[in-house]
Design a binder for this molecule. Structure first.
Ligand SMILES: [Zn+2]
Length: 84
């Protein structure tokens, strides 16, 4: 199982324990089914880590190595799967 680093808490976890965020039409989106091509950013399945990632400006753009439209945090949280 590949391991990835959470952009929020920086812990390294199995990919399956993380939520993938990727670019769709140049905008950051929750990639619920891991179907979007290209690089992904990973965040633990909890709101705190998503919020923490949002606090680190440019974290998403760096992870995806591209300029991105970043939706508002509350918009992203609506799509964000929490719990397990
Ligand atoms: Zn985390």
């Amino acid at each position: 199982m590949p391991r990835r680093t959470c952009l929020g808490c920086r812990e390294v976890k199995d990919k399956s324990a993380l939520v993938r965020l990727a670019s769709r039409d140049g905008a950051l989106t929750v990639d619920k089914r891991s179907e979007l091509p290209g690089r992904g950013a990973y965040v633990c399945r909890n709101e705190a880590c998503l919020k923490e990632a949002y606090r680190k400006k440019d974290a998403f753009g760096r992870a995806l190595r591209s300029r991105l439209i970043i939706p508002e945090e509350k918009e992203m949280l609506r799509e964000f799967p929490t719990g397990s």
